[in-house]
Design a protein around this ligand. Structure first.
Ligand SMILES: *Cc1c(COP(=O)(O)O)cnc(C)c1O
Length: 435
């Protein structure tokens, strides 16, 4: 599918590539998402534009729900991966719960029709205000990341004369073998409570009057392609559950976080079904309700970013294709050096393929979307960056006063605008001159 020549350039065969992506296919030469032409979407709504497949999002959610059908479970989609209201609403209607990390995400989930009883609240800096709102609406659980946070939640719950359901995010100290920025389960990470501290802090929670211990939680990282790190984490967490039982602390649920990876180029990635098959035997023996917090694996390959070739700039050393999307729209390549596939929305280009660096127009050398790609490019070609449904739009910014992209949801054969492209004027609407 992919050839690497001596110059380490990457040639992706588009028709092969889309075979691994549920939402995409070529109809003749035209790239389609669920029967809708992506070139037509670009023509109608402009570029850069994010396009998501409702069908593919729900299929991934359903794969989790079905694969764990044998045990009590709740899938809580990690809102931070893609928090558009329409996306959340589709998932809520399918029965999904939500994993949130801020009061802002809580408000979004409620605005999108999410069920508060299926919300788990993660994150290491929950404010008293966020905690109060979450208690008032009655969320399922706070995933607590420090001793200080326990006291804070206890105090807020006390004022409201409520009992706050909590679990501790423990750090199983396993190597997730992923990018250091998205590996979270090691001792040196800022997240969670260490194995050694967990019994003592659980005891504190047990003794605080306004807390109710309901579970245990871990999240070891993101873009994990294999199941083994999850198995290692599960073993460690089960050990802790047995130790807590001896302390007289019984739990109702185990939350294994999110983090299952996706195929961006040609990575060998465990499927949701394989993931479940490997974990289920141990989970069945345990007999607790399973919570999972998948983000990327629900939305990444349900989305593309469409961008137009604006200026071709071949130079002596490199060929640059300056496109109308940039690092402010999609920061993953610049931030994590992620490789994302770029494929044409129209096959059979009449021009010769060359090796291109696909870059944005922002004044930063780090502003690139893809490097050393073999592509046949002409002015105004519309390209699709695949895998862009997760950590794409949500991480976008207005750097260089660039309005953020439009978002489209393809549902039942129609393209719906689910977020209008920002106007330039809106960028300074909260700014004020000083006399
Ligand atoms: C980011 C995050 C997730 C989702 O991770 P994915 O890799 O997108 O599945 C789940 N839980 C917590 C606590 C997170 O921080």
């Amino acid at each position: 599918m992919i050839t690497n020549d001596a110059a380490a350039s990457l040639a992706i065969n588009p028709t092969e590539h889309v075979k691994s992506i549920n939402a995409l296919s070529y109809d003749g030469n035209a790239l389609m998402m669920d029967g809708v032409s992506l070139a037509d979407i670009a023509k109608t709504f402009g570029t850069p534009t994010y396009v998501y497949s409702q069908q593919a999002i729900l299929a991934a959610y359903q794969a989790y729900d079905d694969s764990f059908a044998e045990i009590d479970h709740q899938i809580c989609y990690a809102v931070k991966a893609n928090s558009n209201l329409a996306v959340l609403n589709e998932l809520a209607k399918a029965g999904s719960g939500f994993d949130i990390v801020t009061g802002g995400e809580l408000a979004r989930v409620l605005a999108a029709g999410g069920d508060p009883k299926k919300i788990v609240f993660s994150g290491l800096g929950k404010t008293a205000e966020d905690i109060r709102t979450a208690l008032e609406v009655g969320i399922a659980c706070f995933n607590v990341e420090s001793e200080a946070e326990l006291y804070r939640i206890n105090a807020v719950a006390g004022k409201l004369q409520k009992q706050a359901p909590i679990s501790l995010r423990v750090n199983p100290n396993v190597d997730a073998q992923t990018h250091p920025y998205i590996s979270t389960g090691l001792k040196e990470n800022k997240f969670g409570i260490t194995h050694e501290d967990a019994p003592r802090i659980y005891q504190i929670a047990h003794d605080l009057p306004h807390l109710k211990i309901v579970g245990i939680d871990c999240h070891i990282g993101s873009q994990l392609t294999q199941v083994q790190p999850f198995m290692d984490a599960l073993d460690k967490v089960i050990e802790m559950i047995h130790a807590l039982a001896k302390q007289g602390i019984a739990l109702e649920h185990i939350d294994l976080g999110g983090g299952l990876g996706v195929q961006y180029i040609d990575e060998d990635v465990a499927s949701i079904e394989e993931f479940a098959q490997l974990l289920l035997p141990k989970l069945k023996t345990l007999g607790l309700t399973l919570y999972l917090e998948p983000g990327r694996s629900i939305v990444a390959n349900a989305g593309v970013l469409l961008t137009r070739v604006d200026i071709l700039k071949p130079t002596e050393h490199k060929n640059f294709a300056i496109v109308d999307a940039a690092m402010n729209d999609l920061i993953r390549p610049a931030l994590y050096h992620s490789e994302m596939a770029v494929i044409p929305t129209q096959l059979n280009s009449p021009v010769e393929p060359k090796v291109w660096d696909m870059v944005g127009a922002i004044c930063e050398t780090g502003d690139f979307l893809a490097k050393n790609r073999v592509l046949a490019l002409a002015d105004n070609d519309i390209l699709a960056i695949t895998g862009a449904g997760a950590y794409g739009f949500v991480m976008s910014s207005n750097y260089n006063s660039r309005p953020r992209a439009c978002e489209i949801l393809v549902k039942e054969g129609h393209a719906h605008v689910i977020r209008e492209r920002e106007t330039v004027e809106s960028l300074w609407q909260n700014e004020k001159l000083v006399d």
